[in-house]
Ligand binder design. Structure first.
Ligand code: FAD
Ligand code: NAI
Length: 475
């Protein structure tokens, strides 16, 4: 007799583990199956995000930022240093410790919430009485039955056609997070989020980094004015970004990698690097899930087809996170996980796609929520814009980081906030205020009339809101 559960979650990344915890909070008997292994073969729940994504990348961004501050900015504060060095092995081992703390934290949360954790691969066997049979293939094999199934199997890095990742020279995000020593020359294909974050880490530590991007515009999804400001800062830092390229042959040899490409003018070029990161997007993952065993529908990209409520084509089978449509972000996956658990409980779980924030953790950080100016123009929407530069913010001056600005976009008539875009220090934290404001359908004037602490970077947010009505006080 197989073990029976009310809810079985396949995948223990941010979509899956959060769905499992919320379902358990709601009184269901829950199992979560995850196959990720740590270097000792033990369980490492948390998915891409915890193991090779959000968490380790931010750990390395922090270490490399400290190094860059010590190398280039401490002197401004009168702090002298000699013989500055970077111990890459130590930096990587600190990152691994941070990852393990998160893995262990999730295992603890499963215990606390009485979620049964199964370490292994989950796959559909068949529809059965009382739900679906799911086989777990791990150290041992067992079959579970679940009334409801939530699939949260995430995504995998997309490779260039014919150029497989070996994680030594041709690196996905996985290898990019464990390069054993600072490469002299690092190539990056794709100037998206991973390319910019990982390119920044290794540039700060001394690598000469060249990023090759197919599109002619830099960060096309970002508000144009903000993307321009960010590009200026990256150029100044020495991060070389070539736009409008077409990648040709990629050859690995004893010395590294050579990449043949044509530049935006159509001229043939060659780039020789020690290591190459390929960050050209990610593909939904259903490897080993056996969706065909139950007739679970996938689209042409391999994503599980879901409706607005994350319902699949099968009764009581749901899917969330990177394996379905929408932005591939940990917090989007989490929100979907919570909403699905609540829908299973007969509640009205809801995810507002218009207020999902985006953050790129470079320096300057880039963060936004809502619509960009180019989107509003394309939609023919009448809007007012207000910007405020960090250059005019006292806290930013004290920090020694005055790059960038806050930008508000509000409806021309009602003043409702339609989008907020930030490039600059701690944009990742500042954006939260804008998300809350938009969820409450606030106007720019609402933010402008709220008391913000002085001196704080958040005053730039208030001032940008004031700028919508052309009445900044400090600029
Ligand atoms: P995943 O996190 O991919 O988890 C899926 C889990 O399911 C994995 O553990 C996998 O092993 C397991 N699994 C798959 N198939 C099976 C199966 N059949 N049986 C059992 N287990 C299975 N997002 C942000 O919001 N902020 C960031 O700063 C950020 N940084 C990132 C940096 C990098 C380098 C990368 C690559 C991604 C980053 N992301 C970030 C994106 C984020 O990691 C993903 O959006 C998020 O992890 C998606 O969560 P998920 O639960 O859908 O899938
Ligand atoms: P991405 O979609 O952000 O960027 C990929 C880039 O590669 C695009 O600019 C695209 O035009 C370019 N590209 C595609 N094919 C190319 C080719 N053949 N040659 C040259 N350029 C090419 O994807 P990325 O960086 O791989 O990240 C995947 C996803 O992971 C992100 O979209 C995001 O959802 C998530 N992520 C989120 C982070 C965050 O929230 N801070 C950090 C890192 C990843």
């Amino acid at each position: 007799m197989s073990q029976q559960f009310d809810v079985i979650v396949i995948g223990g990344g941010p979509g899956g583990y959060i769905a499992a915890i919320r379902a358990a909070q709601l009184g269901f008997k829950v199992a979560c199956i995850d196959e990720w292994k740590n270097d000792k073969g033990g369980p490492a729940p948390g998915g891409t995000c915890t193991n090779v994504g959000c968490i380790p990348s931010k750990a390395l961004l922090q270490s490399s930022e400290h190094y860059e501050h010590a190398a280039h900015h401490f002197a401004d504060h009168g702090i002298g240093l000699s013989n500055l060095s970077i111990d890459v092995a130590k930096m990587l081992s600190r990152k691994d410790t941070v990852v393990k703390q998160n893995n262990d934290g999730i295992l603890y949360l499963f215990k606390k919430n009485k979620v049964s954790f199964f370490h292994g691969r989950g796959s559909f066997v068949k529809a059965a009485e009382g739900g679906y049979e799911i086989k777990v293939s791990g150290a041992k094999e067992e079959v579970l039955t679940g009334k409801h199934i939530i699939v949260a199997t995430g995504s995998n890095p997309r490779a260039l056609p014919g150029v497989a990742f070996d994680e030594k020279t041709i690196l996905s995000n996985d290898g990019a997070l464990r390069i054993p020593s600072v490469p002299r020359k690092l190539g990056v294909i794709g100037s998206g989020v991973i390319g910019l974050e990982m390119g920044s880490v290794w540039r700060r530590l001394g690598a000469e980094v060249t990023v090759l991007e197919a599109l002619p515009t830099f960060l096309g999804a970002v508000d144009e004015q903000i993307a321009k400001e960010a590009k200026k800062a990256f150029d100044k830092q020495g991060l070389k970004i070539e736009l409008g390229v077409k990648i040709g042959e990629v050859k690995t040899g004893k010395k590294g990698v050579s990449i043949a490409y044509t530049n935006a003018k159509g001229e043939a070029q060659a780039l020789e690097v020690d290591k190459l990161i390929v960050s050209i997007g990610r593909v939904p993952n259903t490897l080993g899930l056996h969706p065909e065993a139950v007739g679970l529908k996938l689209d042409e990209r391999g994503a599980i087809v879901v409706d607005d409520d994350c319902k699949t084509n099968l009764p009581n089978v749901w899917a969330v996170g990177d394996v379905v449509r929408g932005p591939m972000l940990a917090h989007k996956a989490e929100e979907e996980g919570v909403a699905v658990a609540e829908r299973i409980a007969g509640q009205h779980g809801h995810v507002n796609f218009n207020t999902i924030p985006w953050v790129i953790y470079t320096s300057p950080e880039i963060a936004w929520v809502g619509q960009t100016e180019q989107q509003l123009k394309a939609a023919g929407r009448a809007y007012k814009a207000g910007t405020f530069p960090f250059m005019a913010n006292g806290r930013a001056r004290a920090l020694g980081d005055t790059t960038g600005m806050v930008k508000f976009l509000a409806d021309a008539k009602t003043d409702e906030i339609l989008g907020v875009h930030i490039v600059g220090p701690f944009a990742s934290e500042l954006i939260a205020e804008a998300v809350v404001a938009m969820e409450f359908k606030a106007s720019a004037e609402d933010i402008a009339r709220i008391c913000h602490a002085h001196p704080s970077l958040s005053e730039a947010t208030k001032e940008a809101a004031l700028a919508v009505d052309k009445r900044t006080l400090n600029f």
